[in-house]
Design a protein around this ligand. Structure first.
Ligand code: DC
Length: 664
C-alpha cells in the first residue's frame, strides 16, 4: 500500500495482462457476521484483507468469536447458542457501513451492553431509519451523540414480533440488510415480516444478502421487493466452508482501464464473472453502452477498447451505486455529456460523492452539473482543455481508485492522487496492481542523485523515493552483487576476467525485497554486500567498461511505474540521460569524514577521523580521474552542498525542486 501524502501517476497509455481481484467487501463482511452468529466453525476463503474487514474481525473477537486469519483465509468459531459470550463491548468500526449497520441490528436483537462507534465521518452517516425500526420491534437502542447518527448504545431488548416491521428502503439498502441478518436470531414460534416503505434502493445488495442467508441455512420469502418474510424456526447453520467472490465494484476500475487502453490486447479480470451474485457486475452492461468491449465467463471478465471516444450515456444508476462512480470518470472520454441519475445515496457514502466528483472532475477540465440525485459530466472539449489535477480523495477509497483513471487522458498529463492510502478500505494494493498492468504514455519519471563518497546520496535517494512512493535503485549494490557473484565462482574481480565478469553481471540472479533486502541466488546477501571487502571488489569491477555496459539494461529496467529515484556514478549521464531531475550532492571533506566516523562508531567500529578524511580525499581524486565513468556532475545536475543541512532539509530541497517541475 502507498503510505505517502500523495501519489503522482504519469500519463498512462494502455493496460495489459491479468488482474486477480480482492474479495468483495459486501460479501466478506456479511459472511463474517453470519459465521459469527452460527454455532461452530466456518472457514472463509478469499476473504477481503482490508480496513473494512479488519474492523469487523476485531469486533467479532471482542464479541467472543474465535477468529484466526491467515492472509485471505479466516476460521471463525461462532457465538451461536453460547450462553457465556461476552455481553459488554465497546466496538470501533472505522468508516465501515457494512460493519456498523448489521452489527447494530444483530446486537440489538441479541441484547447486552454495547457501544458502537466509528471515525468522525461515520458519525455523519445516517442510521436513524434502522434505529427507528429496531426500537419499534422492542430493541433498546439509543444515540450516544446526535440523534439519527452513530455512536449507538445498545441494551437488552423486549422483542415484539407479532406485527410486520417497517423499514425505509429509500436511503440505504443496508438498513434492510441489517434487519434481514439480525431477525433470524429471533425467529421462534412465528414468522417475521419486514415491510419496506419507499422505493427500495440498491436492490442488488439485498439479493446478495438473501443469497448468503440461504448459504447459512435461512430462506427468506421476498414478495415484490416490498415484504420479506423469515419463516418461523429459522436458524443459522454454518456451511462449513465458503468462498468469497472478487469485488465487482473493484472490477469496475479495471473494466474501465481495459476500455480506455490504447492496446488491443485488453485486460483479463479474475474473481467475478457473468454469474456473479453481486449486482455491481451489471456495471458491465453500462460500460458496454459506453462502447467498451467485454467478454465474460464463469469467474472472469475480459475488457478492451471498443468505441473510441466512448459513447455518451444517460443512465439510471440506482442498481450499481458504487461502480457508477467509475462511469463518471469514464465520461471524461465520451463523445458528449453523460448523465448519471438516481444516485442520491452517493450523498451519504464515505463522503458526499456527488459533490466530490463534481469538484474533482471540474479540476480535470470537465464541465459538471450536479443535482440532489444526478450528475452530468461534459468532457473536456479537446486535448488542450484537459488539466493536470491534484485529486482530493476525501478519505474515500473509490475517489482515489476512479480518480486514477484520469491518467489515461489524451493530453499526456500526469494525475496526482492525494492520500492514496485511503484505498486500504477495500483494495490495499490497488495502485501496485494498476502499475503492474499499465504502460506509461512517456518515459517513467526518474530522479538521479550522484555525488562523492559519504555525501549521503544513498540516504537521500532512499528518503526521496519513500516520500514519492517511487522505486529506489542503489546502483552501487549491483556492482557489489556482481563482486559477490564473482567471488562465489572463484573469480578475481579484475580485468583478466572481464568477459566472464560481464557475463555474470548480465545475468545476475538477484532479487530486491520491499524492506531493502537483497538476494543473490536465493541467499539473503543484504549484509554481505555492505562489507568493506565487497565495496573494494565493487570499486575494482566498476572500472571495467564491459561490466558497466552489462549492467546497463538491469539498471534501466528499474525505471518502473510510478517512478524511480536512483543514486550512483553515471546514472544521470549514461543510464538515464533524460532523467527529469538530476542532483549532484556534495559536502566538505571534513563533514563527510565526520559522518563516516559516526556511522562506523554506531556499528561498533573504531576509526581515526584524520585518516578517514585522507582516505576520502584520495578516493575523490581516484574516482574523478578514472577513465570509465569518472565522478563528474552531469552538466544539467543541480548542485546541492549539504555540509550545513540536516537529512530532512536535504530531502525537502530535492522535493521542492521536483515539485517545481510538476504541473500541479
Ligand atoms: O555506492 P557504493 O559504495 O555501493 O558503490 C560501490 C562501488 O561501485 C563504488 O566504488 C562506486 C561504484 N559505482 C559505480 O561506479 N557506478 C555506479 N552507478 C554505482 C557505484
Amino acid at each position: 500500500m502507498f503510505d505517502t501524502a500523495f501519489l503522482d501517476l504519469p500519463a498512462l497509455h494502455a493496460v495489459r495482462g491479468t488482474v486477480r481481484l480482492p474479495g468483495s467487501k459486501s460479501i466478506s463482511n456479511r459472511v463474517l457476521l453470519l459465521a459469527a452468529l452460527c454455532q461452530g466453525r466456518t472457514v472463509v476463503h478469499d476473504l477481503l484483507d482490508a480496513d473494512d474487514t479488519q474492523v469487523m474481525l476485531q469486533a467479532l473477537r471482542q464479541l467472543g468469536c474465535g477468529v484466526a486469519v491467515e492472509g485471505t483465509r479466516a476460521v471463525i468459531d461462532g457465538i451461536g447458542g453460547r450462553a457465556d459470550r461476552p455481553r459488554r463491548a465497546d466496538l470501533f468500526l472505522g468508516n465501515a457501513g457494512t460493519a456498523m449497520r448489521p452489527l447494530a441490528a444483530a446486537l440489538a436483537v441479541l441484547g447486552g451492553d454495547y457501544t458502537l462507534r466509528g471515525v468522525p465521518r461515520m458519525h455523519e452517516r445516517p442510521i436513524g431509519d434502522l434505529v427507528d425500526a429496531l426500537q419499534v420491534l422492542g430493541c433498546d437502542v439509543h444515540y450516544e451523540g446526535a440523534s439519527g447518527y452513530p455512536p449507538l448504545r445498545i441494551g437488552e431488548p423486549k422483542l415484539r414480533l407479532d406485527q410486520p416491521i417497517a423499514v425505509r428502503g429509500d436511503v440505504s439498502s443496508q438498513f434492510l440488510t441489517a434487519l434481514l441478518l439480525a431477525l433470524p436470531l429471533a425467529a421462534g414460534e412465528q414468522d417475521i415480516a419486514i415491510d419496506v416503505t419507499g422505493e427500495l434502493v440498491s436492490k442488488p445488495y439485498i439479493d446478495i444478502t438473501l443469497q448468503l442467508l440461504g448459504r447459512f441455512g435461512v430462506r427468506v420469502r421476498c414478495d415484490g421487493w416490498r415484504r420479506f418474510t423469515i419463516a418461523r424456526g429459522a436458524a443459522y447453520q454454518s456451511p462449513g466452508e465458503i468462498h468469497v467472490e472478487g469485488d465487482a465494484s473493484s472490477a469496475s476500475y479495471f473494466i474501465a482501464a481495459g476500455a480506455l487502453s490504447a492496446d488491443a490486447g485488453g485486460l483479463k479480470i479474475e474473481g467475478v464473472g457473468a454469474d456473479s451474485i453481486q449486482g455491481d457486475v451489471r456495471f458491465v452492461e453500462a460500460a458496454r453502452l459506453m462502447g467498451a468491449h467485454i467478454d465474460s465467463g464463469p469467474n472472469w471478465l475480459r475488457a478492451r477498447r471498443g468505441a473510441w471516444p466512448l459513447k455518451a450515456i444517460d443512465l439510471d444508476c440506482n442498481h450499481i451505486p458504487d461502480a457508477a462512480m467509475t462511469l463518471a470518470v469514464m465520461a471524461l472520454y465520451a463523445d458528449g455529456p453523460c448523465t448519471l441519475r438516481n444516485i442520491a445515496s452517493w450523498r451519504v457514502k464515505e463522503t458526499d460523492r456527488i459533490a466530490a466528483l463534481a469538484t474533482e472532475l471540474r479540476k480535470l477540465g470537465a464541465q459538471v452539473d450536479e443535482g440532489a440525485d444526478f450528475l452530468r459530466v461534459t468532457p473536456p472539449a479537446d486535448t488542450t482543455a484537459w488539466r493536470a489535477a491534484s485529486i482530493h480523495t476525501y478519505d474515500d477509497h473509490r475517489m482515489a481508485m476512479c480518480g486514477a483513471l484520469a491518467a489515461f487522458n489524451p493530453a499526456g498529463l500526469p494525475v496526482r492522487i492525494e492520500n492514496p492510502r485511503c484505498v486500504g478500505k477495500t483494495f490495499p494494493d490497488y495502485f501496485e496492481t494498476l502499475f503492474s498492468l499499465a504502460m506509461s504514455a512517456a518515459a517513467v519519471p526518474v530522479i538521479c542523485i550522484d555525488g562523492p563518497t559519504a555525501s549521503g546520496k544513498g540516504t537521500l535517494a532512499a528518503a526521496v523515493a519513500r516520500r514519492l512512493g517511487y522505486h529506489y535503485l542503489d546502483s552501487g549494490a549491483l556492482y557489489r552483487l556482481t563482486g559477490l557473484a564473482a567471488r562465489a565462482r572463484g573469480l578475481e574481480p579484475n580485468a583478466t576476467h572481464e568477459t566472464m565478469l560481464a557475463k555474470l553481471a548480465r545475468q545476475l540472479p538477484t532479487r530486491f525485497g520491499e524492506q531493502g533486502e537483497v538476494w543473490l541466488n536465493g541467499h539473503d546477501v543484504t549484509i554481505a554486500i555492505r562489507t568493506e571487502a565487497a565495496g573494494a571488489d565493487a570499486s575494482r569491477l566498476s572500472t571495467l567498461p564491459t561490466v558497466r555496459q552489462a549492467l546497463l539494461d538491469l539498471q534501466r529496467q528499474a525505471a518502473r511505474l510510478p517512478g524511480l529515484v536512483t543514486d550512483g556514478r553515471d546514472m544521470g549521464t549514461v543510464i538515464f540521460p533524460a532523467a527529469q531531475l538530476k542532483v549532484y550532492l556534495t559536502a566538505s571533506a571534513d563533514q563527510r569524514a565526520e559522518r563516516r566516523h559516526k556511522q562506523l562508531l554506531s556499528k561498533g567500529i573504531s576509526a581515526n577521523i584524520d585518516s578517514l578524511r585522507a582516505d576520502l580525499e584520495e578516493r575523490d581524486m581516484r574516482d574523478s580521474t578514472r577513465t570509465a565513468a569518472p565522478l563528474q556532475a552531469a552538466p544539467d545536475a543541480l548542485p546541492l552542498d549539504n555540509s550545513t543541512l540536516s537529512i530532512d532539509e536535504t530531502v525537502e530541497q530535492v522535493l521542492t525542486w521536483w515539485q517545481d517541475r510538476q504541473p500541479f
